[in-house]
Design a protein. Structure first.
Length: 218
């Protein structure tokens, strides 16, 4: 009788622990899905209005955000693979996929930086009029989206490399969007349209020196 109860207790505990194990990935899976969808939609918005407003800063930020969308997808897949059970050939499961995804994400960001910097330098020689008001409100939407996405990953950032990377990127994106808002105001007040490519180069610098990018490269 005692052994039967003990077996039932073990079975019940195993069931609950299994439920607890799947609960976290499911929650963060939803966070990855929502964050990816929101940021991809914002990338499209930035490209459309960046072209309409002749703002390289918005287009550059769209390129940065697209890199983060790809990064979110890679981190999502790696986070799932990292939780796979070990096998005879892979005694540690697929946890190394987390580091590979972070490295690939960093490479994608650096490629986008090169394109942004090249176009920004070209703009100094061929300045264009920039619609400052459009830059401001589109970037304000970016602040809201990136902040909301970062908050979804905040609770898991200390326990998973990919979730931490997603959190860091979203916080950096919110800060960059805030910088673009300031640039929009500066263009409206001063009428200096060279501010736009300067901000674009600033975005490039932020991408290069972002903690997630530097850590992945190292």
């Amino acid at each position: 009788m005692s052994e039967h109860k003990h077996g039932e207790h073990e079975e019940h505990s195993h069931s609950q622990s299994g439920h607890g194990h799947s609960h976290a990935p499911r929650n963060f899976g939803a966070a990855f899905a929502i964050g990816t969808a929101l940021n991809f939609g914002f990338v499209i918005l930035e490209v459309i209005f960046g072209i309409f407003a002749h703002s390289l800063a918005l287009v550059a930020d769209a390129g940065h955000n697209m890199g983060d969308v790809l990064g979110l997808v890679l981190a999502w897949v790696a986070s799932i693979l990292a939780r796979s059970a070990p096998t005879a050939r892979r005694t540690y499961g697929l946890r190394s996929s987390s580091m590979l995804a972070a490295l690939l994400n960093a490479i994608l960001l650096l490629v986008s930086v090169g394109a942004i910097a090249w176009e920004a330098i070209r703009r100094f020689g061929e300045p264009t009029n920039v619609a400052g008001r459009t830059v401001i409100w589109v970037s304000a939407i970016g602040i809201m989206i990136n902040t909301a996405t970062a908050l979804m990953f905040m609770s898991g950032r200390k326990g998973d490399l990919n979730i931490r990377g997603a959190f860091v990127h979203m916080v950096a994106d919110a800060a960059i969007s805030a910088g673009v808002v300031v640039a929009g105001f500066a263009i409206l007040v001063t009428g200096y349209h060279w501010i736009d490519p300067v901000v674009s180069l600033g975005i490039s610098a932020v991408i290069i020196w972002a903690p997630g990018t530097c850590c992945a490269i190292q």
